[in-house]
Ligand binder design. Sequence first.
Ligand code: ASO
Length: 405
Amino acid sequence: GTRTMREHLRFAVCYWHTFCNAGHDPFGPGTRAFGWERGDTPLARAEARLDAAFEFFTKLDVPYYCFHDVDLAPDADDINEYRDNLAHMVAAAKQRQRDTGVKLLWGTANLFSHPRYMNGAATNPDFAVVARAAVQVKAALDATVELGGENYVFWGGREGYASLLNTDMRRELDHFARFLGMARDYGRSIGFTGNFLIEPKPMEPMKHQYDFDSATVAGFLQRHGLAGDFKLNIEANHATLSGHTFEHDLQVASDHGLLGSIDANRGNPQNGWDTDQFPTDLYDTVGAMLVVLRQGGLAPGGLNFDAKARRESTAPEDLFEAHIGGMDAFARGLEVAHALLADSPLERWRAERYSSFDSGSGKAFAEGGLDLAALAAKAGELGEPQQRSGRQERYENLLNQYLVR
Ligand code: ASO
């Protein structure tokens, strides 16, 4: 029903692409005019951008948005100026949230753009940089709580290395865990009850990123005792960069009880870099929503469009169409995933594949009731196993039938 649709389609618009990226890439400057870039001071321009952003959210009728500290507010090297700018913009955003009913899905700190972070933020070999990163994370946590943010994200943009020759990886990862634990303790102390989310990505901008993929981060969180408070924010294009499919990394996160939220863009396996395209691939969205529905939803996480309109998309309406297309793709994906689970034989077929573990010695094995010698003895009783077809084509055909219904 419609209620279920709304519960699972917790869409968010991201501030950094939609309102801060005019189409620039490493090879050239932006191609579109924002139109709202007016005002004599950085703060005045940030306010004009905020007005445009909330007008966009409202026209699009999205429930949520996400931001970094320094895309909402002007950055400053002076710590007090940085804090004042952010506090000023948080107050303005709070008023817009009240006026419109638009909510904050998550906040975060940008610890990757400023040159001071070129060797990392929490994993930087220079303690002064680690301390400076704490200024931003503390302020961004304050901002997130003030705005009622439901999650807080860490994408470790420069947390990684370019060469192991100059890097003590173990030491940097210990510092990373220490820093994350401090952020958690601070967040809890100021009343943040949502999830902290680590966003994996295997490469770019660093040659090797520490938060490589779901499995890597799951191991890291468990090793450092962080898994109770931290979950994962899985991005489609990051999953494909690590050689996985989107649905694979979602499933791994979910199986660890760690799937917290999704950065909804398009994982294009043809690309060796992160293109942040809007999601339009229905196989991707069906696969994603199957994982989400099987785990019972994403809340308090959601579907954040961490995506930018193409550089050659320069008309103002392109930004609307891009988001609408993304929402349609996930809504269709949800409908198909729901139907596959509710009225197709998919779940029955899957359960039947494992039915030899439902009773007798198969069940005893699964529940830990056999030792290796007893297990080997069962082989004698059961005889040579029959070949059982995986019937992959049958499942793929079923999915296609539901896609075109
Ligand atoms: C921008 C990155 C994205 C991440 C976001 C949050 O492109 O992957 O989700 O910042 O820091």
